[in-house]
Design a protein around this ligand. Sequence first.
Ligand code: HEC
Ligand code: HEC
Length: 269
Amino acid sequence: MHTKKPLSGVRGIARTSIISLIALTMGAAAVGFLLLPTAQADFRAQGIWDSICRAAGLPSKWGNPAAEDRAKPMVSTNVVLLPAMSKQARPASIGRGATLALNCTMCHGALGMSRSDAPNLAGQYPEVVIKQLMDYQSGKRENALMAALARNLTEQNIVDLAAYYASLPKARTAPTSYDETLPALVRVGDPMRNIAPCISCHGGVDQKLGAPWLEGMPKQYLVQELGAFKSGKRRNDGQQQMRNVARAMTVEEIEDVSNFYARKALPGH
Ligand code: HEC
Ligand code: HEC
């Protein structure tokens, strides 16, 4: 009868554990380098070298120079705002824009003052109209209606429309003195929550390139857009400027600031 020597039993165990150790290491590597990175939002199959660099925290361009570009997260807008976009337009451009705008009056109103819940365009900063129309074209701002309307506009059409609307008089609102009667968020923001004052970007004190004129906008539109930034449904704001603000706001605060911006001129003013 053949009996196993005790030593070969020990060897057997050692061999099994070495094999299991190798299997475990390879399994862990597969999970760590290949499986887990695929679960990341911006993962694109870039080969094992890239996965290893990513897992090890090394810049992957050491191994693959093009990988850096491909690893860029999805951008929120393709439009690069330039100071030239906010320049005073020539009369010819305004004239062409007025003709094109006949297709827009149904919703945005004659002279750019909406009678529905569509935004006013009268007196809007030109670079805002340009950027928003381009974002509708590219789908970065999602709205089926505006996407269909913007699709056939050439770049010159867009510039002309923006010039026309910028030339129209802004909505008349009840006067304000930018004092304590304003909602706190509008006037001073809330440093504790990292909210800058609305008037530091939207006009009143200062206007940041690309920040829309809000005074006199339909209230429903303001509530809707702030809600859309808050939920992430609207995400065409570069560097998440507005999503960061709206996410930190309560529903009551959204109501409050919208009431303020939508305030109407008193009769007789
Ligand atoms: C059938 C109604 C309708 C028509 C016609 C229409 N719009 Fe609009 N437009 C809207 C609505 C509704 C919105 C807001 C959509 C959203 O929430 O994104 C909007 C948004 C916009 C905005 C963004 C404004 C802002 O403050 O962010 C611009 C710019 C604009 N429209 C321009 C135009 C131009 C130019 C035309 C004509 C070529 C036009 N629209 C025709 C309904 C319309
Ligand atoms: C740091 C600058 C900044 C601050 C502070 C800021 N905003 Fe904005 N806001 C922007 C920019 C830029 C946009 C345009 C985003 C885009 O490109 O679509 C915008 C868009 C909006 C819109 C959409 C308007 C439209 O017609 O499309 C609303 C509404 C708005 N902001 C309200 C507010 C309110 C209310 C506050 C204060 C609580 C505020 N914002 C604070 C920069 C700012």
